[in-house]
Structure formats: structure tokens, C-alpha cells
Design a binder for this molecule. Structure first.
Ligand SMILES: [Cu+2]
Length: 479
């Protein structure tokens, strides 16, 4: 008797769990959004048949100021369009590949239960479309990505995005939901080397990223494109990591996550400072905006943030709360040239240099922007230096006597005793050979023409000569 009851209970439960057969499900069209936006909650109390249409587009887009890259995208953006459904929904998935594409593509959704996550059923040649259907059995936040060979290359070119499978009751309500996804990129040119940069397979295999980015471009979420919220509001971020190689130590400087659904799963960890997001994984972080200011989203593998681009801003407006924080902006301390992205002047100078029309005026404007992010932390924005520690660049006799010496100082660093304007210094300036020839020339031209210095200019050719004469073999400072 008991057994029969249990069997009956099990049957009832399974009928409930799987719901009515497909043909009576209401049919809805999924609303997809481009990052950093997230579609509204489904608001549904029961499963539906959801039609998803996603188009692959290969296109050139900026990856940094003055630098472009041929991205392969799901929906025209990196990361790809955000998809939002409800647990128990049946998804009829249509993958289209734009006729202008050069490659075939497919999609592996980590929210699919089935071989290849849909990859085998969705292989789509340029100018074609394919269709497959799956049931979203598990709630959670899932990565999707292209899985066409060479898989690493398709992912490295930006082919990933997120699909949220809401629990039946939905997620707790918040004031803002944002879509942020990290990825690593590999270009043949150096970081910020201008022009259209091709993918570099060797760097990708060696896992030596040129760029590590949130939402596919340096500055995608800074300046006017920063995420915004107000004091007192709740913020939720769906944070994915497309990889292809690097694991993200996701952190928001100055905020503590009230809760993190780590690894995209159902368990929520409370009071988290930094959450690890694996390549091909995602997390949901929730926190409340309490103190106004600029909050910097970083991969706390921190060279990636300051030297490879993994940096975004959440700007919180509203009244101060001195009982929590005394105030004073941290922007300039942390951000350098990223606080007010004025890299336009840098790009203008590069274009002019390529066209052979570069003027000292272009150089000075570009140099000023770069000086702010590179030299001013030590030598100060007014070039006055700091007594006994950092020598002045304003009216420096060391610099004035032979400005070209400064090229070597920047490329190779300086250390040991030196005299500037009669005062002794015995400190270390680190080499900054990550700067390219144009950048060094423009910075020094700016210094030559500022703070009462003698004027004149340094050319990229001068820098090239010095670099060739003494190539950087180590990162040690030295004379
Ligand atoms: Cu692909």
C-alpha cells in the first residue's frame, strides 16, 4: 500500500515537473539585449516555448583607442547578446550566420543538457541558419560560446555570451542589473599599438594576452559609458568570463559583495571581496550602493587591470554618508589616464604620424594625455617632482642639457646617484619600455614644451634608434 502511494506521488511529481507537453506551451519570442544591458525578468509563472534568434556577425570594432580588431560576434557585440529564460522553458534556438561571414560557426550553451551543448546541431556556414531545441532543466547563469575548430581562436575573437535561466520563482528584485563579461585577446602588435591588429595564434597558445577586457574593448565601461547607479539602490551584475585562457579574480574596488552566486550555481556566498570566475564560467554578484563615487571593476590579477585594460567603472551618485566613508575621490590615485579617457589626442597623433602630417602640437596634446597616466605619479602633474625623491622635469638641467638622454631614461630606467639642479637624487626610475616609439616621443615633446622648458621636439625615429642601440633584455633598472 505504502509502495503504491509512493509510486503515485512520484508520478504526480514528475508530471508536475515536466509540465504539459510542448504543443500546448505558450510561444514567446526571447528579447535579447546587448551588453551591458540585461533583458527584464520573464515574469512568467509557467514554462513556455521560447524562440531565440541569434545572428553571428564578423566585424571590425575598436579594441582600444585607435586600435581595431576583427571580432567574431554573437549578435554584433562582444560579449554576445544576453538571453534570459525560465527554468522549464523549451528553447527553439535559431542560429544564423550572416552572408558576409568568412567562417562557419556554431554554439555550445552551457545551459544545455546534451552532447556538445548544441554545438553539433548548430554548425552553420556563412549565409545559412540552423535550428535545434532544448529544455532548460537547470536554473543558473551559463556561458555560451562558439565551438567551431579552432575553438580557441573563435573564443579569442569574442564568440561568447551569457544565458540566464531564472529559477521558477524568479530572482529577488533589484534596482539595476548589468551584464559584464571578461575576455582575453591576443594581437600581433603590442598593447595599444595602433591600427587594425590581427589575431596572434602563438601568443594565444602561450597564454600571453595582449589585452584583458571587460565587454570587448578598453573603455567599454569607463567615462561616459560607465555603469550608473544611485546611493541606496541595489545592483546586480551577471559577470561572465569567456576566456579563452585566463581565470578572473573579479573585484570591485571599494565595494563588498553582499552576496555572490559563485560559479553561477544556486548557493550564495555572503560578504565576498573577490570572486573567482573560471574561463567558461559566470557568477551573479549583488550589492547595495551605499557611498557615492567611482567604483573600479578589475581583474585583481592587477597588471591585467592597469596594463592590459581589465578595468571598468560603476559610478554611484547621491549624498555622502560620512558615517560610512569620509569622502575624497580615489579616481586619480587608481586610474591615471583611465579616469578621464583622453586617448583621442593619442590616436590623432598616431594617425597624423602615419600620414606624415604630425605637428609638434599633435605631439604635445598626445604627450600630455600619456604623461598623466605614466609619469605624473612620480614627477607630478606640474613637473615639479617631490623634494629628495623624484627630480623635477620643469627646468631640469639634466634634461635641458641633452633632452635625448631622457629617451634612454624612459626605455631603460634610471638608478643610482644623480644631480638635478644642484640637488642629489639616489633612487630608481623603472623602465617603461612598454611604451611604443610614438608614445615616448610624444611624452618627451610635451615635457620639452611645458613648465618653462626650452621647447623643441623628439621624434619617433629618435626613440627607435635608441631602442635599437640598447634593446631591453631585462626589466631591471640600470644606467
Ligand atoms: Cu565561431
Amino acid at each position: 500500500m505504502l509502495q503504491r502511494l509512493l509510486l503515485l506521488a512520484a508520478l504526480t511529481a514528475s508530471t508536475l515537473a515536466f509540465g504539459a507537453p510542448d504543443k500546448v506551451l505558450p510561444v514567446v519570442q526571447a528579447k535579447l539585449t546587448s551588453p551591458p544591458f540585461v533583458p527584464p525578468p520573464t515574469g512568467r509563472k509557467a514554462p513556455a516555448k521560447v524562440i531565440v534568434e541569434l545572428e553571428v556577425i564578423e566585424k571590425d570594432m575598436p579594441i582600444s583607442e585607435g586600435v581595431s580588431y576583427t571580432f567574431w560576434t554573437f549578435g554584433g557585440t562582444v560579449p554576445g547578446s544576453f538571453i534570459r529564460v525560465r527554468q522549464g522553458d523549451t528553447l527553439e534556438f535559431h542560429l544564423k550566420n550572416h552572408p558576409s561571414s568568412k567562417m562557419p560557426h556554431n554554439i555550445d550553451l552551457h545551459g544545455v543538457t546534451g552532447p556538445g551543448g548544441g554545438a553539433a546541431s548548430s554548425f552553420t556556414a556563412p549565409g545559412h541558419a540552423s535550428q535545434f531545441t532544448f529544455k532548460a532543466l537547470h536554473e543558473g547563469i551559463y556561458v555560451y560560446h562558439c565551438a567551431t575548430a579552432p575553438v580557441g581562436m573563435h573564443v579569442a575573437n569574442g564568440m561568447y555570451g551569457l544565458i540566464l535561466v531564472e529559477p521558477p520563482q524568479g530572482l529577488p528584485k533589484v534596482d539595476h542589473e548589468f551584464y559584464v563579461m571578461q575576455g582575453d585577446f591576443y594581437t600581433t602588435g603590442k598593447y595599444r599599438e595602433k591600427g587594425l591588429q590581427p589575431f596572434d595564434m602563438e601568443k594565444a597558445i602561450a597564454e600571453q594576452a595582449t589585452y584583458v577586457l571587460f565587454n570587448g574593448a578598453e573603455g567599454a565601461l569607463t567615462g561616459e559609458r560607465a555603469l550608473q547607479a544611485k546611493v541606496g539602490e541595489t545592483v546586480r551584475m551577471f559577470v561572465g568570463n569567456g576566456g579563452p585562457n585566463l581565470v578572473s579574480s573579479f573585484h570591485v574596488i571599494g565595494a563588498i559583495f553582499d552576496s555572490v552566486r559563485f560559479e553561477g550555481g544556486t548557493l550564495a556566498q555572503k560578504n565576498v571581496q573577490t570572486t573567482l570566475i573560471p574561463a567558461g564560467g559566470a557568477a551573479i554578484v549583488d550589492f547595495k550602493a551605499r557611498v557615492p563615487g567611482s567604483y573600479v571593476l578589475v581583474d585583481h590579477s592587477i597588471f591585467r587591470a592597469f596594463n592590459k585594460g581589465a578595468l571598468a567603472i560603476l559610478k554611484i551618485d547621491g549624498p555622502e554618508d560620512k558615517s560610512i566613508y569620509s569622502g575624497k575621490e580615489v579616481d586619480s590615485v587608481y586610474l591615471g589616464d583611465r579616469a578621464a579617457p583622453n586617448l583621442k589626442a593619442v590616436a590623432t597623433a598616431t594617425t597624423a604620424a602615419a600620414a606624415g602630417t604630425l605637428t609638434p602640437k599633435d605631439q604635445i596634446a598626445a604627450g600630455q594625455a600619456l604623461f598623466a597616466g605614466t609619469c605624473s605619479v612620480c614627477h607630478q602633474a606640474n613637473g615639479a617632482g617631490l623634494a629628495g625623491v623624484f627630480p623635477p622635469l620643469a627646468k631640469s638641467d639634466w634634461f635641458g642639457q641633452d633632452p635625448k638622454r631622457a629617451i634612454g631614461a624612459v626605455l631603460h630606467g634610471l638608478s643610482g646617484k644623480m644631480k638635478v639642479n644642484g640637488k642629489d637624487y639616489d633612487s630608481v626610475m623603472p623602465p617603461m619600455n612598454q611604451l611604443n616609439d610614438d608614445e615616448v616621443a610624444n611624452i618627451l615633446t610635451y615635457v620639452l614644451n611645458s613648465w618653462g622648458n626650452a621647447g623643441g621636439s623628439i621624434s619617433a625615429a629618435d626613440v627607435k634608434k635608441e631602442r635599437a642601440a640598447k634593446p631591453a633584455t631585462t626589466n631591471q633598472a640600470g644606467h
